[in-house]
Ligand binder design. Sequence first.
Ligand code: GDP
Ligand code: IMO
Ligand code: MG
Length: 424
Amino acid sequence: MFTIITGAQFGDEGKGKIVDLLAKDYDIVARFQGGNNAGHTVKVGDKVYKLHLIPSGILLDARVLIGPGVVLDPEVLTEEITMLKKHGIEVDAKKLGIDAKTSIIMPYHIEMDGLREASREKKIGTTKRGIGYAYIDKVARDEFRVAELVDRERFLTKLEELAPQKEKEIAALGGDPKIVRDPALIEKYLELGRQFATYVTDVSREINEALDKGKYVMAEAAQGTHLDVIHGTQKFVTSSSTIAGSACANLGVGPTRVDNVIAIVKAYITRVGEGPLPTELTGELGERIQKAGGEFGTTTGRGRRCGWFDLPLLKKAIALNGYTEISLTKLDVLTGLDPVRICTGYTFKGESLEYPPELTEDLAECTPVYEDLPGWETDLTEVKAFEELPENARNYVERLEELMKIPINYISVGPGRAQTFKKE
Ligand code: GDP
Ligand code: IMO
Ligand code: MG
């Protein structure tokens, strides 16, 4: 069984929560793209785990893998392993595997991300974690891979070869080129590499062999569909492909092996960073949703912009991912709002649209057309079954399902594992 899970909006849909919920039935959970720009929250009892690189299946029995399409900051991974150990979760080589070809985020990538973002006239609002610059080097074939990080000689030889070019690039951005050959940073990276040697594996081979044996494998995306580097709202996107097909390419698993593709969909929409968000609520209502939903970035702590459910963007996400089912999260956050609104289309240059225009600058000019539904006052966080929801909340969910034309499998009404039920 091969399942792919992706975020259907702009990230932070609750992927961490749903992956943790489903992981009990899986043998392997693998992250396939992005880096520590991601922040996936898993809440178990009173404990809250914020995961940036390690797949959200870590708290269960599944083996977790970091695929070669990920960009990995060794310091962040080490902090995460230490954090998990403090909570009594052993992260040994039986539990975690990292692909030998996974790209390393170097200190100069983080520096370049910050410098470039500061100098941009039109900002992207990146997480400043060096993601874009690590992917640039991957595509330019100038990246450090995990295989090099764990081998002192290979690492130092490659650094010698690349340093002059990287120093020029840093200087051109107005930074201090000394960061490239900083001896303390180099030694720190090599020490972390020494610790990672035990985890090195061939992720594609592991997954394919597991599937051959009839095992269950889940691919966990980071970010969201509309942050995809090819199909998203350029230039306000991340630097990797976030959609379902990317799981196959990045993990080295053929598309014929995919059994299902699950969308994680928030009951409204949020976005961190810059870029168009047609249904954005900038006033008091937006603040109210932000507060009720705890909509502050897991990685950067920035406030997330909030808006009503955007069907045209969802339709595009369905097309891009080929979803077979949907998990709907954060329905509880809409309690107390009346009406609850669904954006069913846009007006753009006097025309009605049911699907987003292809270009970002056109999307930014779209005005939402809303369908209003009556709201509900009841707190949903203790609800255990679809039938227990107030009628208006049921109507909202059923209307979304009707409009999306894809079955909703799970509904989430709070951050905890128990705050989820199946919609039969
Ligand atoms: P991810 O990046 O998609 O994994 O999502 P994040 O973890 O960044 O953000 C989702 C936030 O919402 C986290 O704080 C979760 O604990 C929380 N959350 C997830 N599902 C629900 C839900 O159904 N209701 C509420 N109120 N919070 C939720
Ligand atoms: P998860 O996995 C929400 C956004 C940033 C910025 C843009 C580019 O938790 O859903 P980058 O640092 O990737 O170059 O920034 O992408 N972004 C996210 N927004 N959730 C995320 O991850 C994100 N990862 C990146 O805010 O707008
Ligand atoms: Mg997140």
